[in-house]
Structure formats: structure tokens, C-alpha cells
Design a protein around this ligand. Structure first.
Ligand code: HPA
Length: 248
């Protein structure tokens, strides 16, 4: 793979994207083992480098993902532009489960994660992070969503610690803070990508109404499978359009 390889970090629902894994490259990193080997996946006419964030059997919880090893492995495989697929809960009333968003801002509510490559062992850089998600990649993801027949919206993604879901009061607080969606994995992933010098953008899929937000008062997991299936179907088409665009 070259320094132009397109990277993908796929979260919950990875299997339902349904791409063929052509080969696997186990990678050793100074930070320990990544969630999976780097999986060479065929998307249209291209091969991209993919990591399944929660492992191939979906057993790694968000706070235990080795984000540093994942980003480091993809970088070693030549990835300089990386798209992440993140399942989120919808906070904003205009964001419907089953649909996609391209978040433009992040707020960090996580704690205790290994969140930097600048760990006091030599080099230190305070990365610019005013725009935490690469503007050009965001535009390309938005174009790919339109090409796949979806509608595009942005928004602020609040990153919680998990693995438990939030209380309704926590979601009220996130909303007051300006969050439109909530998930558990965008950080430290986005910051590590910036630290290492990789453009990184997110295609978020709303798979549920956030806690206390269901219009009919149903539990959070109501219809989760249906929303995930619908969102992942669109995400697959989005990835195909995006890879065609980025590789072209
Ligand atoms: N909260 C946090 N993370 C999530 C959610 C949620 O409601 N849905 C999917 N990931």
C-alpha cells in the first residue's frame, strides 16, 4: 500500500458494511496491539486499509480501544486520509435515527484514555484543534452522502465514556452544551490522527434517539437494529462514492 492509501475505521455494525477483506496485516506498534490487523478491503476498484474499532468479534468496549495503536498501524500502512464510521445517538430533534451526519465539532466528556502520542518522552507539540475534523474530508464525505441519495447535516458530537449509555439528564446537559449527537469513540481518535499528521473525518450514523429523547418515550434500544441496518446500507454506498472520489 502507498502513502495515498485511504483508511477506514469502522465501528459498531462494521460487519453489515459487507466489504470483502482481501488480506490482513498484523502490525506491532510501540503502543501494543491494534483492535484488528490492518484489513485490506476492496471497495469498488480500490483497496483501502481498514481497522474494526471494536475488534472483529465486537468485544472491545469504547474506553478500552487502543486508539493509539489503531492510528499508528494505519499510518504505517500509508494512510494519510482516514474516514471513520461512528454510530451515534441523536440528540437534536431534527436528526432522525437511520440517517447520517458529518460532524464538524467535538466535545470531550471521556476520561482516563491514552489520548496522545506526546507523552513526555521527547517531542511535544500542542496541535491546532479548533477544527477537529478535516474540512476538506468533511466536504468529500458530504458530497458522497449526497451521491448516495442521503441528506447532509453537520453538528457537534459529544464523546462520552461508556460503555453504559447516558442518563436523560446527561443528554439534557450535552444539549445545553451544544451537542447534536452523542457517541463514545470520536475522541481520542480524531486528536491522535491530527497528532500523527493524518486527515480524519467522520461519517456518523444515528442508530437511536439519545436517552430521554424518543418521541414516544420508548427505550433507547427500540428499533436499534432497523436504524442500524438502514444507516449501514447508506454508509456502504457513501463509502463506495467517497473512495471513488478520493482515489480518482
Ligand atoms: N450514546 C452514546 N453512544 C452511542 C449512542 C448513544 O445513545 N448510540 C450509539 N452510540
Amino acid at each position: 500500500m502507498t502513502n495515498n492509501t485511504i483508511g477506514l475505521i469502522a465501528g459498531s455494525g462494521f460487519e453489515s458494511l459487507g466489504f470483502v477483506v482481501a488480506s490482513r496485516s498484523p502490525t506491532k506498534t510501540p503502543y501494543g496491539a491494534p483492535s484488528t490487523p490492518v484489513l485490506a478491503m476492496t471497495v469498488g476498484a480500490s483497496q483501502i486499509a481498514c481497522i474494526a474499532r471494536h475488534g472483529e468479534d465486537h468485544a472491545i468496549p469504547p474506553h478500552a480501544v487502543n486508539y493509539r495503536a489503531n492510528i499508528w498501524s494505519l499510518y504505517q500502512h500509508g494512510v494519510r486520509r482516514c474516514v471513520a464510521i461512528n454510530a451515534v445517538g441523536a440528540i437534536d430533534a431534527s436528526f432522525s435515527p437511520g440517517t447520517l451526519a458529518v460532524p464538524d465539532q467535538l466535545i470531550d466528556y471521556t476520561w482516563g484514555r491514552q489520548h496522545t502520542f506526546f507523552d513526555g518522552d521527547g517531542k511535544l507539540e500542542h496541535i491546532e484543534f479548533s477544527e477537529p475534523l478535516d474540512p476538506e474530508l468533511r466536504g468529500r464525505i458530504a458530497d458522497a452522502i449526497l451521491a448516495a441519495g442521503g441528506t447532509v447535516r453537520g453538528g457537534t458530537y459529544g464523546v462520552t465514556q461508556g460503555p453504559r449509555l447516558e442518563t436523560a439528564a446527561e443528554i439534557d446537559r450535552l444539549e445545553r452544551d451544544g451537542c447534536h449527537m452523542v457517541g463514545m469513540t470520536a475522541l481520542p481518535e480524531a486528536a491522535l490522527a491530527r497528532e500523527i499528521g493524518m486527515a480524519y473525518g467522520i461519517c456518523a450514523i444515528a442508530v437511536n434517539f439519545a436517552a430521554g429523547r424518543h418521541p414516544d418515550g420508548k427505550p433507547i434500544h427500540a428499533d436499534l437494529e432497523r436504524h442500524t441496518r438502514r444507516g449501514m446500507g447508506t454508509a456502504r454506498a457513501v463509502l463506495e462514492a467517497l473512495v471513488r472520489d478520493l482515489a480518482g
